[in-house]
Design a protein around this ligand. Structure first.
Ligand code: GDP
Length: 348
């Protein structure tokens, strides 16, 4: 398609083939689409949860890439003394000409210590540091080429064992809820029967309500959306917390090559919706809600951080809090007084 035909082809025609009056702003979505594709997309995902819950396996299964090639696994002794670390892996992936720069922030050591008090602090500090960097870049001179490292989503892995949330899960989610979109997951769902998954999901949802934890809320579905989309949206909302299974091996099942886990009693298929919610999570994260996750990060979480920063900057006396406009007013009054004084001295 030539550049010219790209615009003309959209102009409505009359019955005798002539072009109706056509301004051309109907091409705006196409222009935006082309610009975004050219620029590429970026997305930063943080994964947290005890080690061994399948975080790396799931991320690799989600993006069909090996992000943790050079990971060094620690033994029990090393893990006792280890503090929470933050590691970052970035990959550039491309699908049908669309480029995505995916950054996965891992948190090895989280929840592994004997005493887990405030073990989420390095994670909240990391999220704040990214906001701070963005705030500084945004206030600087070169705002065109800002590298956005803000965390758009946190996948939090809840252990499948036990009877609901553990204290560390509650504390972690509460500490992060105003900084990032938290998406809770039930890890290694193949360890549970369908009935146990249902019960655990109900329990987790009840506890999320009870403790006032704010997890990522799917946006309301518009009434003019098609029925299929509405149904998909309903299923997504009902499935939280998603019960997931990860695997990096491809196996033979029902005559097909699938990602799965082979057990003596059968094969668990990662992408089979009757086995787990992996496909729902992938659809939500990549196909339907990635943009919303980025918008909420920018419009809510970052805006809160920014407002707080500006408030702190305008706070000038330890015992008094002034707003920015009050400060300006005070400064202008001082300047006026100075000018009046100078004029008075000249008159004399
Ligand atoms: P991480 O430490 O949380 O990143 O966990 P890994 O991804 O390294 O997985 C730890 C172990 O659990 C490995 O042996 C994986 O093969 C296994 N694993 C990963 N995902 C699953 C799962 O969904 N179900 C089961 N049963 N095992 C899993």
């Amino acid at each position: 398609m030539t550049a010219d035909s790209r615009y003309k082809s959209r102009a409505p025609q009359t019955d005798d083939g002539e072009e109706k009056e056509y301004v051309g702003f109907a091409t705006l979505p196409n222009q935006l689409h082309r610009k975004s594709v050219k620029k590429g997309f970026d997305f930063t995902l943080l994964v947290a949860g005890e080690s061994g819950l399948g975080k790396s396996t799931l991320v690799n299964s989600l993006f069909l890439t090996d992000l943790h090639k050079d990971r060094k696994l620690l033994n029990a002794e090393e893990r006792i003394s280890q503090t929470v670390e933050i590691t970052k892996h970035t990959v550039d992936i491309e699908e049908k000409g669309v480029k995505l720069k995916l950054t996965v922030v891992d948190t090895p050591g989280f929840g592994d210590a004997v005493n887990n008090t405030a073990c989420w602090r390095p994670i909240t500090d990391y999220i704040d540091q990214q906001f701070e960097q963005y705030f500084r870049d945004e206030s600087g001179l070169n705002r065109k080429n800002i590298q956005d490292n803000r965390v758009h989503c946190c996948l939090y892995f809840i252990p499948p064992f036990g009877h609901g949330l553990h204290p560390v899960d509650i504390e972690f989610m509460k500490a992060l809820q105003d900084k990032v979109n938290v998406v809770p997951l039930i890890a290694k769902a193949d360890c549970l029967t369908p009935f146990e998954i249902k019960k655990l999901k109900e329990r987790v949802r009840e506890e999320i309500d009870k403790y006032g934890i704010k997890i990522y809320q799917f946006p309301h579905c518009d009434s003019d959306e098609d029925e299929e989309f509405k149904q998909q949206d309903k299923e997504l909302k009902e499935s939280t917390p998603f019960a997931v299974i990860g695997s990096n091996t491809v196996v033979e099942a029902r005559g097909h090559r699938v990602r799965g886990r082979v057990y003596p009693w059968g094969i668990v298929e990662v992408e089979n919706p009757s086995h787990c919610d992996f496909v729902k999570l992938r659809t939500m994260l990549i196909r339907t809600h990635m943009h919303d996750l980025k918008d909420i990060t920018s419009d809510c979480h970052y805006e809160n951080y920014r407002a707080q920063c500006i408030q702190n900057m305008t706070r000038c006396e330890p015992d008094k809090t002034y707003t920015w406009s009050q400060n300006m007013l005070r400064r202008m009054q001082q300047m006026l007084q100075k000018m009046q004084q100078q004029m008075h001295e000249q008159e004399l």
